[in-house]
Design a protein around this ligand. Sequence first.
Ligand code: ZN
Length: 279
Amino acid sequence: MRTSTSLTLFLLLCSLLFSGLTTAQINVSSLPQSSMVPGGIAVVPTGTDAREGRYKNQRITLANYENQQYAIIGIPLNVDIGAAQFELTHMDARTETLQFNIEYKEYAESHLTVSNNRQVNPNADDMVRINRESAEMTQAFSSWSDSLTPVFTMQAPVDGIRSSSFGLKRFFNGQARNPHSGMDIAADEGAAILAPAPGVILSTGNYFFNGNTIILDHGHGLISLYCHMNTIDVAAGTRVETGEQIGKVGQTGRVTGPHLHWSINLNNTRVDPALFLVD
Ligand SMILES: [Zn+2]
């Protein structure tokens, strides 16, 4: 009798411990397109079932697809070309380093004229605001939700002409600025912006460069961003499904006309949104 009780307790403890360790395990119905270039995504089979993964000190998405675990890693635009490493932590706390190879990709230049010169050369007060907003964005992009299962195939958030502008080396009024960190979709002011995949609204706000903005959390480090909106139609904390309206196209912030700027982050890294679109 005593043995049996001990055994039951032991098994109960084991199952609790085991379920605690496996909560980070997710099954997904699709993967993003793998493109091992700066600004792309490395989709790498791990050959195991690791508990956690890290690349450049950021937690990465590990997902089971068709009975195989994959590391889904966002590659920064400013990365070094060649061999790259990421670390896995196994269930038994053992660690392992895996490699993938990053190939060169040429991104074109884009020269834009912005009539409001303050949006190209902000004043000292603007810089205080810009730095504060930049820190807020970085914090949002580095958040991690275990409770949401990411969906890696998305529908375009707006009907319109999709530019292939991700990664463009940009010059505003002749001056070099950061490369373009998202996809621009041209549409009329007021056109509906729809959630491209399920998630929870992480935050909303009005930003110096980005204008009216929504950040949408899809889970496990997959986070999307919607900028220059006319209206924001959802509040932080709202759960949205694919195709649900979250706002309308506008021209708030630094723009040359109405469009949606759409960015996607993995492991706090901006990657090409086209890699998630099926059509
Ligand atoms: Zn843009």
